[in-house]
Design a protein around this ligand. Structure first.
Ligand code: NDP
Length: 327
C-alpha cells in the first residue's frame, strides 16, 4: 500500500484527498516508478482545484511531473534502478501523475536522468524550469545573443520566471524582470535581474508600436502584457510565449511583425520531442547555477498540495515548490 493524492468529482466540484492505494490500482503501463519528488506547477493549480475543467475522467492522481527510480519495467529501454524524469504528455491531467509514491508510465514519456543530476534537483527545475530552458533555446535559435540587448522576463518571481532569470544571467544576458510583488525584488536581484519593472506598468494597454526596449522576451503572462512586450521589442527580436498567468487573450496588432521583423515563438513543453527535452535537461545541468536552486525551492507533502494549488493560482507562490510524496 502507498499514499497518493486522488481527485474525485462530487456534485460537479473537484475534491482532492490523500488516499491509501495498492499497486494494483495503478494504470497498466510498462514502467513502474517509485516517485522521489514531484513539483507544483501552475497547471497543477488548475487540475487540483478543478479550474478550467482540464481533468475529464475521475478518479485522477494529479502531478504533471515527477522524478524517481524504476522499480519494474516491461520495456527494454529501462531497467530497475534507472533514475528517470517525466514531464508533460498529459500526465497528471489525462493519465495518473506524480502526487503519489508510485506511478506506472509509458517508456516513451521518460527521460533518463542526466549524470550529475538527482531527483530533487530535477524536480526543483521541473516542468517550469524545462519550459524556461526551451524559451532560452528559442531565443538562441532566433539569433538573440547577449550582445543584442536586454531580455524581459514576465511573471518573473514564478517558477518559469525564476529559472529563466537565473539561466539568462548565467549566460551573460542583461535581464529585466517584471513582477507584481515588491517583496520579491531582493530575491530577483539575487537570481540575476539587472532591472525590475512593475506588473502595473507592463500590463497597461500599449500602442501598436512603442519605443524599442527588448532584444527578446520570455513571457509567462499573456494578454496585455504580452501585447506590450511585442510592441516594445527591437528589430529582429524574439518573443517566446509560454504562459497565460494574466489571461489567454492577445490584444495586439501585426505592426511589430511587419515593421520590426519581430518573431513570436510559441513554447510547449508538454508534447516537446524527446531529443529536444533531453538537450534542454542537459543544458539545465550546465546553465542553471546550482546555488540558485536552494533559494528557489520550498518542499511540501501531499496533504499540503490543495492549499498550495490555490496559492499558485493567486500568484502567491515564489519560485518552485517541490512535492515530496513520502513526507
Ligand atoms: P507561477 O504561478 O509559479 O508563476 C506565474 C507568475 O506570473 C506569478 O508568480 C506572478 O509573478 C505572475 N502572475 C500571476 N498572476 C498574474 C496576473 N494576473 N497578471 C500578471 N502576472 C501574474 O506559474 P509557473 O511559473 O509554473 O507557470 C507560468 C505560466 O507558464 C503559467 O501560465 C503556466 O500555465 C505556463 N506554463 C506553460 C508551459 C508550457 O509548456 N507552455 C509549461 C509550464 C508552465 P510575479 O508575482 O512575479 O508578478
Amino acid at each position: 500500500m502507498f499514499n497518493a493524492l486522488v481527485l474525485e468529482q462530487e456534485c460537479g466540484k473537484t475534491i482532492a484527498g490523500v488516499e491509501r492505494l495498492d499497486l494494483g490500482d495503478l494504470p497498466d503501463e510498462e514502467v513502474l516508478v517509485e516517485v522521489a519528488y514531484s513539483s507544483l506547477n501552475y497547471k497543477d493549480g488548475l487540475t487540483v482545484t478543478g479550474t478550467l475543467g482540464l481533468v475529464e475522467s475521475f478518479p485522477m492522481v494529479p502531478g504533471i511531473d515527477l522524478a524517481g527510480v524504476v522499480k519494474e519495467s516491461r520495456s527494454d529501454r529501462f531497467q530497475p534502478g534507472d533514475q528517470v524524469i517525466l514531464t508533460g504528455w498529459g500526465v497528471g491531467e489525462r493519465h495518473w501523475g506524480g502526487y503519489s509514491q508510485y506511478a506506472r508510465l509509458k517508456p516513451e514519456w521518460l527521460v533518463k536522468m542526466p549524470a550529475g543530476m538527482d531527483a530533487k534537483m530535477a524536480m526543483t527545475i521541473g516542468t517550469a524550469g524545462l519550459t524556461s530552458m526551451l524559451c532560452v533555446m528559442a531565443l538562441e535559435e532566433g539569433g538573440v545573443t547577449p550582445d543584442k540587448g536586454t531580455i524581459v522576463v514576465t511573471g518573473a518571481a514564478g517558477g518559469v520566471g525564476s529559472v529563466a532569470v537565473s539561466v539568462l544571467n548565467k549566460l551573460g544576458y542583461k535581464v529585466a524582470a517584471v513582477t507584481g510583488r515588491e517583496s520579491t525584488h531582493e530575491y530577483l536581484r539575487a537570481l540575476g535581474a539587472d532591472t525590475l519593472l512593475s506588473r502595473e506598468e507592463m500590463e497597461k494597454p500599449s500602442e501598436p508600436m512603442e519605443g524599442p526596449r527588448w532584444a527578446g522576451a520570455i513571457d509567462t503572462v499573456g494578454s496585455t502584457m504580452l501585447a506590450r512586450v511585442l510592441a516594445e521589442t527591437d528589430y529582429r527580436g524574439v518573443v517566446t510565449a509560454c504562459g497565460l498567468a494574466g489571461g489567454l487573450e492577445l490584444p495586439s496588432t501585426v505592426m511589430p511583425f511587419i515593421l520590426r521583423n519581430v518573431r513570436l515563438q510559441g513554447i510547449d513543453s508538454v508534447m516537446c520531442p524527446v531529443e529536444v527535452r533531453t538537450e534542454a535537461w542537459n543544458r539545465l545541468l550546465t546553465d542553471l547555477p546550482k546555488e540558485a536552486l536552494g533559494d528557489i525551492t520550498n518542499v511540501i507533502g501531499l496533504s499540503e498540495v490543495s492549499q498550495a494549488a490555490v496559492n499558485i493560482l493567486q500568484g502567491k507562490v515564489r519560485g518552485r515548490t517541490l512535492v515530496d510524496p513520502n513526507k
